[in-house]
Design a protein around this ligand. Structure first.
Ligand code: SAM
Length: 286
């Protein structure tokens, strides 16, 4: 597909707001933006991001018409609270002290019976607080879906970045936010739309340690389903861009598409020897 020749009906934003993801997210793409931004189509109709996480590319592009989705229900509730209930969210966020006992008390709330009945705002406020104060800012849950990252030691962490949250909320007005798996995109995206896929990465080799990916429960068969989905989207005339690890089976799955290798900085890793740069793929059909 040729993105330059597409006659877009997208109305450009008169200006864009300075904002960044309101959550630090494992696999977040803030530091890969210099590679991703220049590779987005020059023009497109609607924007879809079905593995949105912290939404680094979305906040950077600020597309006029967008649908964001993710399988993580707590995450999606938080996005909705930022979009729909910012004043109440800010008020609640300001109540949290940075203090270890308080952190563990709030962290363990999802082990209590009443948690399911908590309001969206209260749950969102808890998630943002834990994200800003936990070790490495890593969102991690156990097999029961309970948050289990320990307390993080910081000097005066910013729990409420009010200016950024206000900007994020403005950018999100009119944006559709859905709790769902990636497959629904096939029936929704149409010719001229643009989808950015950032799934949990495939393991580099069978011997590599990839626990951070399996915690998302994203299997090899999910990677195959996603590649098949991309082929179908391509046939529909949808632009797609996908980031993934440079695993050799990923290269095979996307044979025929434009596969570029980039050097990506690794952000969240408790093991210092695993920080630094790593080769990753950016795959496109245009
Ligand atoms: C690598 S992260 C995305 C990071 C994001 N691009 C950012 O900049 O923060 C992958 C995301 O995929 C989500 N996920 C995992 N399995 C999924 C599925 N089957 N369908 C949709 N989302 C899924 C996870 O909850 C996680 O937020």
């Amino acid at each position: 597909m040729n993105s330059d020749s597409f006659d877009s009906s997208q109305i450009p934003l008169p200006y864009s707001l300075r904002c960044k993801p309101f959550l630090k997210w494992a696999g977040g793409k803030s530091r890969l933006l210099p590679e991703l931004e220049p590779r987005t189509p020059r023009k497109f109709k609607r924007y879809f991001e079905p593995f949105v996480g912290g939404g680094a590319l979305f906040f950077s592009l600020q597309p006029t018409v967008a649908t964001l989705s993710d399988m993580n229900g707590d995450l999606i509730e938080t996005w909705k609270a930022v979009r729909d209930s910012l004043p109440r969210l800010l008020e609640d966020l300001k109540k949290h002290p940075y203090e270890s006992d308080y952190f563990y008390q709030l962290r363990d709330a999802d082990r209590q019976k009443g948690y399911a009945r908590w309001s969206t705002v209260r749950k969102a406020s808890r998630l943002i607080y834990l994200n800003k104060t936990c070790f490495n800012g890593l969102y991690r849950v156990n097999s029961k879906g309970q948050f289990n990252t320990p307390f993080g030691r910081y000097v005066n962490p910013t729990i409420v970045d009010e200016e950024n949250l206000r900007a994020c909320s403005r950018v999100l007005q009119g944006v559709l936010i859905e709790h769902r798996s990636f497959g629904d995109i096939l029936s929704e995206a149409e010719s001229g739309d643009f989808v950015y896929f950032d799934p949990p990465y495939a393991p580099i080799s069978s011997t590599s340690d990839f626990t951070s990916y399996t915690s998302e429960g994203f299997s090899v068969s999910d990677q195959e389903t996603l590649a098949d989905l991309c082929r179908r989207l391509d046939k529909k005339g949808v632009f797609f861009m996908l980031s993934n690890s440079s695993a050799s089976f990923i290269k095979k799955l996307y044979e025929g598409f434009r596969i570029e290798t980039v050097q990506a900085p690794r952000a969240i890793n408790s093991n210092a020897s695993r920080r630094g740069k790593i080769a990753e793929f950016i795959i496109r059909n245009y």
